[in-house]
Structure formats: structure tokens, C-alpha cells
Ligand binder design. Structure first.
Ligand code: ARG
Length: 475
């Protein structure tokens, strides 16, 4: 059912209608549309723009539609253009012409912007909540491996040995930043476009502040033209999701590497792996690979939306209907991905002895030699050269650093006494790195305590936002 037509002498061509139609994807906005319609009706009634009998009828029919939409007994039909027109059809089916009274002082332009914000606020809170589950699974796994040692890498080359708990925990910190981004995003997104009308506001005595508060928004968008065209909240949300996706892709890559025969560190749980139809021995890390792969579409969706927004003049343009599918796709795929990622992490076990055996390889303790000399007042550049010479000598003799003789150490630098050998063990090197952010197990344990506190604080925030939001939706 079209929401316009008075000035038209013909119906849209089939091809035009097919192009225009969005109800097959924007139906996801139905609960938010009904909620914002209730807020709008309340103001229309309070300000006597509609009489109280009409107001009560509209409210009753909207509440009935809420139930029917949840139950699936009211759905879009082929002739509905978008979610807004489908729901107005629902009102008219129940109330006749009275159903059309709801349109006073409102346009689909402020309506869709309002619904879309409500949808995203609801879903970004859910994303934050799922990120916390992932963080908890990382923190728990890291706790189990604080005392396990492994090579640490830069450039995918052995660099310095680290506590494996430290290595794992780093991922959780990236998610702390993502959650903080959602927190900041909410501050900006939580403003109401309602009352902006098509673009210029309304001559009717609406009360946008009140409808905003009624919907749980913290205020009203100041400029009505900005209100109907702004999609920054959607672009920012897609950026946050893209960055979460990038963070998850790194987990995916590490898990894939660690479960390879070459590394052989990680043992994935069967429940998060798949087999091959032809090679019976295969156990593939598909969860990790999909975790890595999904980031591609998240980045694509962000790029797509920014490109739609670019160069749009004035206020609402129909291009903006193209803002939704990328958002739904990113939100839904991330919410599909996060539980699988937390499950995969929580059920992975690591081979401590294999990691320990690999830890000193690749002369990863050479820095210890340089640091030993620095502590004897040798300038670092000289100490670095000396440690490099030790590595060179070892390479030529195909031995490890601790296998150099006392004479060989002294021949490289007179201050390189046999005492250095005591430092050439992985546990000692790790235990010495007691800087607050360092890899010594004593430091990592404190970092994990702080991480767990942050997770608890953020969980309380997410729970309160969720209560607040669902309270508003239930009104
Ligand atoms: N389906 C439209 C959208 O998603 C709703 C707004 C339509 N506004 C209009 N002036 N045609 O953007």
C-alpha cells in the first residue's frame, strides 16, 4: 500500500516498485517502528493534535500489532513497499481511515532514521555483551597458561620468549577498546531524529524532547535537516564492527597457524573443527578460518555505506535506503561469529612442552646477552654487536647460545663472563621482565586481575544499558 498517490495518475511500474521495495530487508525494523509510533501517538494525543478516542484506538492497534509481529501473524505482503507502509496498512486494516491519523507531524524520513538508531542501539549493546563473553574465554584461557612459555614473535620470526598467557591475553585488550568504542558511540548515537519531519521540523505543536525521552534517547538532534540525513551512527557502528572483525581475524590467523602440523601447539576441540570429504586424516580449523574471513565482508560493508553517504546533497535522498542491508549483514554476521569464537577459544588446549621446546630456538635469548653487558656499563650499541657476534658464532658451529664456551664468550667481549650463561634460560628471561606490562608471570597475573576487573565493570555497564533499553521497548 503506497503512502502517497494524491497527485499521481498512475501506479508505479512493476520494475519501479521492485526497485523501490525494501520491506524484505527493513522488516527487521518493525519492533522499533512500532515502538517509535507509540511514542509519536502519545505526543499527538497529549498535544491534542488527535482526539483522545483516536489516540486510544491507535495505541491499542499498535500494541496489538506488536504482539502480532512477534507471533508472526502480521507480516509484510507483496504490495507493501517498506516496513513503515506495511505497518500503516496494519493500522488501517484494524481502524480504517483512523489508522492514517498517525502520520500527522511525521515523515518516513524522521521515522526511518529513528527506527534505524533504535535497531542499532539494541544490537550494539548485544554485540558488546557478546564481546565480553569472548573476553572472558580469553582471560580464562590466559590464566591457565600464565606459567607456560612460548616463543614470542615479531615479523613471524622468533623474537623473545614470553608467557603464553601474556600472548593470549593481548587479544582481550583489543576487545576492551572495542567495547569502549561502543560506549562512546552510544553517547553520540543516542539522539532522536523524531520531530524533524521530512526535513524542516513541524508546524504542529509536537514535543520532540518528550518523545525522545519516551524512547530512551538522551536528547534530540538539533538540526532537523541533519536529523534526516545523518547516518554517521551507522557508519561508525560499521567501523566498530569492522575493527572487531579485524581483531577476530587475528585470532583466526593465530589459531590456524598454531593448529598446523608445523606449529603443532594448539589442539582444537572437535566441536569447533571440520573434516574433509576426501582426506580422512584432516581436521580443519574452520571456525578460525571463518573468523578470519568474515572480516572481509565487514570491511566491505563499511566501505559500501561510506560510498552511499558520500556526496549526498541537502537532506534525505533515496540513496539512503541503501544504508540498511550492509548494517544488517554486519550485525547479523558478527552476532553469528562471536559465540563460535568464544566457544572455539574456550575449548582449545595447547601443548605446553612443545611451546617450551620452541621457546629458546632462533636465538631468542640473544637480548639477554646484550642486557647482561649493559648491566656491566657497556653501551647498548656495543652490547648489541657483541650479542650479534655470539649468534653468528653459534650459527657457524650449529649450536645454541648457552653451548658457547667461557673462552668464546670472553673472546667476543671481555665483560662477557661465564655468569651470562645463567641468564640463557627461557624461564629466567621471562621471569626477569617484571615491568607492569611485561611478560613475567608475576606481571601477567596482575594484568589479568586488572583485565577481569575491566570485564566486570563493562559487564555491569552492558547489563544496565540492556535493562534501560528493554525497559523502553516494553513501555
Ligand atoms: N524505505 C525508506 C528508506 O529506507 C524510508 C524512507 C522513505 N522516504 C521517502 N521520502 N521516500 O530510506
Amino acid at each position: 500500500m503506497a503512502l502517497w498517490g494524491g497527485r499521481f495518475s498512475s501506479q508505479p511500474e512493476e520494475a519501479m516498485f521492485a526497485l523501490s521495495r525494501s520491506v524484505h530487508f527493513d522488516w527487521r525494523l518493525a519492533p522499533y517502528d512500532l515502538r517509535s509510533s507509540l511514542a509519536h501517538v502519545a505526543i499527538l494525543q497529549e498535544k491534542k493534535i488527535i482526539d483522545s478516542d483516536t489516540g486510544k484506538k491507535l495505541e491499542g492497534a499498535l500494541r496489538q500489532l506488536q504482539k502480532e509481529v512477534v507471533a508472526g501473524t502480521f507480516t509484510a505482503i507483496d504490495s507493501d513497499e517498506d516496513v513503515h507502509s506495511a505497518l500503516e496498512r496494519g493500522l488501517k486494516e484494524k481502524l480504517g481511515d483512523v489508522g492514517g491519523a498517525i502520520r500527522a507531524g511525521r515523515s518516513r524520513n524522521d521515522q526511518v532514521a529513528t527506527d534505524f538508531r533504535l535497531y542499532l542501539i539494541d544490537h550494539m549493546i548485544e554485540i558488546a555483551s557478546q564481546l565480553l563473553v569472548v573476553q572472558k574465554s580469553i582471560a580464562q584461557l590466559a590464566q591457565q597458561y600464565v606459567d607456560a612459555v612460548a616463543p614470542g614473535f615479531t615479523h613471524l620470526q622468533h623474537a623473545q620468549p614470553v608467557s603464553f598467557g601474556h600472548e593470549l591475553a593481548k587479544h582481550a585488550h583489543a576487545f576492551t577498546r572495542d567495547i569502549s568504542r561502543i560506549h562512546d558511540w552510544l553517547e553520540r548515537a543516542n539522539l532522536s531524529p523524531l520531530g524533524a519531519g521530512a526535513l524542516s521540523g513541524s508546524s504542529l505543536p509536537l514535543d520532540p524532547e518528550k518523545s525522545a525521552a519516551n524512547l530512551g534517547f538522551s536528547g534530540v538532534i538539533e538540526n532537523s535537516i541533519d536529523a534526516v540525513m545523518d547516518r554517521d551512527f551507522a557508519a561508525e557502528a560499521l567501523f566498530i564492527i569492522a575493527l572487531v572483525g579485524v581483531h577476530i581475524s587475528r585470532i583466526g590467523e593465530e589459531w590456524t597457524l598454531w593448529s598446523s602440523t608445523e606449529f603443532g601447539w594448539a589442539k582444537l576441540n572437535d566441536a569447533y573443527s571440520t573434516g574433509s570429504s576426501i582426506m580422512p586424516q584432516k581436521k580443519n580449523p574452520d571456525a578460525a578460518e571463518l573468523a578470519r574471513g568474515k572480516s572481509g565482508r565487514f570491511i566491505g560493508n563499511l566501505t559500501g555505506l561510506l560510498t552511499v553517504m558520500k556526496g549526498l546533497a541537502f537532506a534525505y535522498n533515496r540513496d539512503l535506503q541503501e544504508d540498511k542491508e550492509s548494517v544488517f549483514d554486519s550485525v547479523e554476521n558478527l552476532l553469528l561469529l562471536l559465540p563460535a569464537v568464544s566457544g572455539m577459544i574456550a575449548t582449545t588446549s595447547f601443548d605446553k612442552s612443545k611451546m617450551k621446546a620452541a621457546a629458546p630456538l632462533g636465538f631468542s635469548l640473544a637480548t639477554e646477552i646484550a642486557d647482561f653487558l649493559v648491566k656491566q656499563s657497556v653501551p647498548f650499541s656495543v652490547a648489541h654487536e657483541a650479542a650479534g657476534s655470539c649468534v653468528k658464532l653459534c650459527e657457524s658451529k650449529a649450536i645454541e647460545l648457552h653451548q658457547l664456551s667461557d673462552e668464546e664468550f670472553l673472546s667476543i667481549h671481555p665483560k662477557l663472563t661465564a655468569d651470562v650463561r645463567a641468564l640463557l634460560n627461557v624461564d629466567g628471561a621471562i621471569a626477569a621482565r617484571t615491568s607492569p606490562n611485561g611478560t613475567a608471570p608475576s606481571s601477567v597475573k596482575k594484568q589479568l586481575d586488572t583485565l577481569n576487573q575491566t570485564i566486570a565493570t563493562n559487564s555491569a555497564w552492558v547489563a544496565s544499558e540492556r535493562r534501560r533499553f528493554s525497559g523502553m521497548m516494553d513501555q
